[in-house]
Design a binder for this molecule. Sequence first.
Ligand SMILES: [Fe+2]
Length: 413
Amino acid sequence: MYSKFDPGAMTDNTSSNIMFIEDEVFVATESCFLRKVDPRNLDTGEKVDLMKLVGVNMATSHPLTDKDGTTYNLGGSFISGPKYHIIQVPPCKDTNCNGSDPWTASKVIGTIPSSWKTCFSYHHSFGMTENYLIFLEQPMLINTVKIATSQVKGKSLHDCLDWCPEEKVKFHIINKTTGQLLKTKYISEEAFFLFHHSNAYEVDGQIVVDVVAYDSPEIFDKLYLNKVRMNEYSNRHPPQLRRFVIPIVEGKTVRAGEELVHVPGCEASAIRVKDNRLGDHIRLQCQNIGKPGFEMPSHNPKYTGKHYRYVYGTGGYEQGYFCHSASKTDVETGESWLWKGNEYQYPGEPVFVARPDSTDEDDGVLLVTVVDIRKDHKDMMLVLDAKDLSEIARAEVDVPIPNGLHGLFRLEE
Ligand SMILES: [Fe+2]
């Protein structure tokens, strides 16, 4: 993404995420392209072009599939003013796609105008509950004027991003069935940057939204190859799991100053305020969960959009508590469990695989790739007990494993 950026020739190197849509496997990145992959031999399949299908220039790397098989994604369009389209892909059973590409039935069910005339928010993922999609319009802005001249000036996408913390984070709540945006304005008290939603769910007319947040987008600068190669990884602004609670108050009278969060044990806050610059809105204050320093949040996929207890993650290159670790955190208590490697080992995203017929949320194993940077040591995949992160097995491989990408488990009959 740091290479020279050409909006007319967006990359189809879909190397960021891998996912199921129906029974097909697709890989994605933040451009308008996805790519089908044959999971048996990893052969590259057909390319999906979301620009042609639904008119988006960029889309998140993390489409989400509902329990009824409907898939959602969110994409930015800057063709006629910056905006975000809510994309819905109906399940094949509803469209009779009969094994053809399910994306061909994609449609836009709602559009959110950008809060800025010439910019839109960088977006890598979004949240989903039973009834709503949650889009965080963060103050990391993609400047379309800079994009328009990026080719001439030889600029990368990174050069087209503006960090505007005074804009805070605007939480947009979209009805999944109608595509309608809730009218209430929700804005965070503090600005933050995020890549990943952990999970979201509804409880008593409120939406709990867990994200991995950074105080600033400095992570982009930390990941320049020359810095990583020199082992110069700054400890500033580590990722932190943060919980926000959105009260659904459409049609209700809300008094200014009244606490609107009523989730037992939760310290997050939502209060209606009238701000001269940001207007009348509900101001959201988060609760930090557990210690800072892990990313790539994952959970038991049966619990997507539902009340959940455990989030798994990796310390990545972070230097703090989660350094060289794969982790599990209890989102109710903040308690953590670790698998800790040595100073040369870097675990990737844990992928949860449930034990057949399991009932406990954490009854299963975690599959975790581990990169070993020593020349004479092999990379491997760990199998960890998801209850306590004790090691059950490891499989060393003869090829280097790319670090920092998302994973997927598929059971072959
Ligand atoms: Fe991601």
